[in-house]
Design a protein around this ligand. Structure first.
Ligand code: FAD
Length: 502
């Protein structure tokens, strides 16, 4: 086996995907296992957006052994307890998709089933009133979970907002300290083996060749190896997710709050993100070019900032979908090179992380077993499709018909996999999580209810609890959550105490 081991790995691209891969390989494989070189071009630069994450990033951070305060400090980061959706289900309506659970399961039944019973009985409380992260977010509070037994304070789930360029730099320092070699330069040629088309080397403008046995394509939208060289093909999902452009601009902190959550506000032809960092707020308008011009989109964005713009608005174009095969021959694509799903639920960085984890599970020898490659491609395709359905849900499940985009989205046909989720939910509010799908029942429930889909009834099993007992337990839980939120410091105070940038 030793002779067959991969000894030269080349990572093409030094954006979030490239440096996340380099850091993970440096930690798990290390320079004694293989020589790891990352090639990046300052002239081309990185996409530089992608600043909101989901709680799974904590698994990646723990794997690297990061000091979380350092990480937040060095990336001008902030904390994230969920996403606030404004004007999505209908205008002048807001809901919250929190991280972490609603309430607690009682007698082995999901909490949301009990909540539905209460709601059908006329109780006005929202399901998010039983989520500590949601209540804390509404008061701009944050703290990490503590060891407090059964208290909701033990189960605070959170993620981060960070500056994408600082994040790449942070991971670069980490990787280089662990033996990753960085090569600056623009790749202008790719050389393939004549017998089987495997990539042999990439050549820089300077003429320098970098040879490898395994290539990780993190070259961004262009897919330098996976598409331009190996022609993997692309599955286009624009008919379900018609947004194909974005315009992004940072602004200064103004009068708005330093929220421990991302805000997503539906607009006439798409939606606007607001991501608060320590030194600035990241903003962008994701839109469909069928329904609004670039100039109008930029003007709308600039008119809806908290504070003074800190740069000119930057346009971005994309095609929503995925590479038909993320792994072809000796090339594995990660990040934007593998596909694109709009950042409505901040999933792209997670998809990089999960691609790295799956690749490490199926790490090849120089034999590149076709069955392993097929398995990898199957798992990546399934995960992309599951996330896609969750994002479509936000567009499709709306009462809005006030602009052509919303009219199109509410009446479009959706994938059969999503239709099945609707069918099961509509009767008794049940949700099933297939094959470890990324979003769990709390997420689906939060968005389905938040967007106005109320099941006709509730799980009959919850009637095993008598109504007085249920009411008492719900009241108690509600007050416990309120008390826990009261104990949490403000988000800004927490950062000032622990991880303020210098
Ligand atoms: P890039 O950052 O584009 O990096 C590509 C690298 O390849 C660069 O280093 C470049 O120099 C190099 N390269 C390319 N060609 C060559 C060449 N010929 N020679 C040498 N080097 C080359 N994700 C989230 O999880 N959360 C979000 O909130 C979020 N928001 C987003 C908003 C928008 C509008 C967009 C478009 C994306 C967003 N994403 C988000 C996705 C996220 O930005 C990306 O997943 C992430 O930044 C990874 O990018 P990347 O590393 O694949 O590509």
């Amino acid at each position: 086996m030793d002779g067959n081991r991969i000894r030269k790995i080349v990572i093409v691209g030094g954006g979030t995907a490239g440096w996340m891969t380099a850091a993970a390989f440096a930690k798990i494989l290390g320079p004694r296992y293989a020589d790891i070189t990352l090639v990046e071009s300052e002239e081309i630069g990185i996409v530089g957006v992608g600043e909101a994450t989901i709680p799974q990033i904590n698994i990646y951070n723990r794997m690297l052994g990061l000091d979380e305060d350092d990480f937040v400090r060095e990336t001008q980061g902030s904390f994230k307890l969920g996403i606030e959706f404004v004007d999505w289900g209908k205008k002048n309506h807001t809901y919250f998709h929190p991280f972490g659970p609603f309430g607690v399961d009682m007698d082995g039944v999901s909490f949301h089933a009990y909540w539905l019973r209460m709601m059908h009985g006329g109780d006005p409380r929202l399901v998010t009133d039983y989520s500590l992260t949601s209540v804390a977010a509404s008061q701009n509070r944050f703290m990490r979970p503590v060891n407090a037994g059964n208290s909701p304070l033990s189960r605070i789930a959170y993620a981060f907002h960070f500056d994408a360029s600082l994040y790449a730099r942070f991971l670069r320092r980490y990787s280089q300290a662990r033996g990753v070699k960085r090569q600056e330069g623009k790749i202008t040629k790719v050389h393939q083996r004549s017998e089987d088309g495997f990539i042999e080397s990439v050549e820089l403008e300077s003429g320098q060749k970098i040879e490898g046995e395994l290539f990780i394509d993190c070259s961004g939208f262009r897919g330098l190896l996976i598409e331009q060289t190996l022609k993997a093909g692309y599955e286009d999902w624009t008919h379900w997710l018609p947004c194909d452009r974005a315009v992004a601009v940072p602004c200064a902190h103004g009068d708005g709050e330093f929220t421990p959550y991302t805000r997503s506000t539906a607009r006439e032809a798409g939606w606007q993100w607001r991501i608060p960092l320590q030194h600035r707020i990241g903003n962008g308008y994701v839109y469909s070019s069928q329904f609004i011009s670039d100039d109008e989109a930029a003007a709308k964005l600039m008119a809806n900032l908290d504070g003074e713009a800190l740069a000119d608005p930057r346009p971005l174009r994309f095609v929503t979908g995925r590479r038909k095969k993320a792994w072809v021959k000796n090339v594995v694509a990660l990040g934007l090179a593998s596909g694109f799903l709009e950042p409505l639920e901040s999933t792209s960085i997670h998809l990089i992380q999960s691609g790295i984890a799956r690749l490490l599970t199926l790490f090849p020898s120089r034999d590149f077993e076709p069955a392993d490659i097929e398995r990898y491609n199957f798992m990546i395709a399934r995960e992309f499709a599951q996330v896609r359905d969750f994002i479509i849900l936000h567009y499709h499940l709306t009462e809005r018909d006030d602009t052509p985009l919303w009219e199109y989205c509410r009446s479009m046909d959706v994938p059969e996999t999503l239709k099945e989720k609707y069918r099961i939910f509509e009767s008794h509010g049940r949700i099933f999580r297939d094959n470890d799908e990324l979003f769990n029942d709390t997420s689906w429930f939060a968005v389905m209810i938040g967007q106005g889909l109320v099941p006709r009834s509730y799980d009959p099993v919850v009637e095993a609890m008598d109504e007085a007992t249920l009411r008492a337990r719900m009241n108690e839980l509600h007050s416990v959550i309120g008390n826990c939120a009261d104990q949490m410091p403000g988000h800004a105070d927490f950062i000032a105490m622990n991880c303020a940038a210098k």
